[in-house]
Design a protein around this ligand. Sequence first.
Ligand SMILES: [Zn+2]
Length: 392
Amino acid sequence: MTIDDAPRDALRGGPRELLRWVATGAAVSRADLSRLSGLSPSTVSQRVEALISQGLLEEAGAGRSRGGRRPRQLAVPTGGAVVGAIDLGAHHARVGALDLSGRVVQARTLPVRIEDGPEAVLGALLAEVAALVDDDPAVSRGGSATGALRGVGIGIPGPVQHSTGRIVSPSRMPGWNGFDVAAFCAGRVDVPVIVDNDANLMALGAHRTAHSELDHAVYIKAGTGIGSGVISSGRLHRGAQGSAGDISHCRVVADPAPPCTCGNAGCLEAVASGAALVTALREQGVPVSDLTGVIRLIDDGDRQATALARQAGRAVGEILAVVVNFFNPQVVAIGGRLADCEPLLASMRATLYERCLPLATQTLLIERVAAGQDLGITGAAHLVIDHVVAAA
Ligand SMILES: [Zn+2]
């Protein structure tokens, strides 16, 4: 029962890559895998047998023969609720049970009171995951009980030290600072639990579902808080401690510079996050209670709310321009509840083009992350699947 990074699998034809080729349909047979990886048929066979014995691949009938014995087709087992996932937000959590291909079998959204503290919140969500897995429709239909839980992935809306799974100085999460999520979960489930921040999970989920052919991508999550996840050379880039992509306390031009929860002033989070927009509107005398209210005002064309959204978009664009110049991604995509906010998106895009090197933006895709409340749990499931495959 550990929280750890899946070991490197960068070599061509590693188990994760073989599995990915089968899952995406690029390969349906051992011969395909041999051709794609450049590995000898016997090496491929060995690796495939290992994956089959771990239940990560299965033989699915016979393929078309090109003379001689018909090749056996490979598939990733689907339908079993074997991966648990929790995507914790400021007011809600999305909880799911997914199969080994990363497909959602069952999922639910639950209201959450972060201020109840980590034991109460995580305890209830882990119980919900267990209930979803037990509730696997394949099992209740009398199908095979594929539902042995392989692991649980958890996304936290704050900084997570990746090597330990400990939460470090989160904003707006009183009582959670320093909490050891891994140790807490170890006492409750006897499978690997992998913890990461919510922006990384969104990035992984979005990359695997929409951009798996692109190697370098940046995903901004703009909701109550603001963060980003970075995909470099096809892998989630966490840096030394897990804080890579955390843009929330980068300083932006703002006059006056609003104070931030970190003790500084003028941080991106204090200017452009959903929480910042709520605070700024209230200070201007607009009676708004939450982000939903802010988004409604912007949709209605409210002058003050729209001006703040434009300012937020410029701030995000400023920071993103530095990131794009430095990192040169193929795609920048914005997700989270503020991603549907047109004035914010338009000024972010304009600032980005204005401040970036032409070479960096020439072929850069600037997109909205495809809508969907399941990206976070999909990313969480892929964390677990990668871990299980690497461990196999
Ligand atoms: Zn700050």
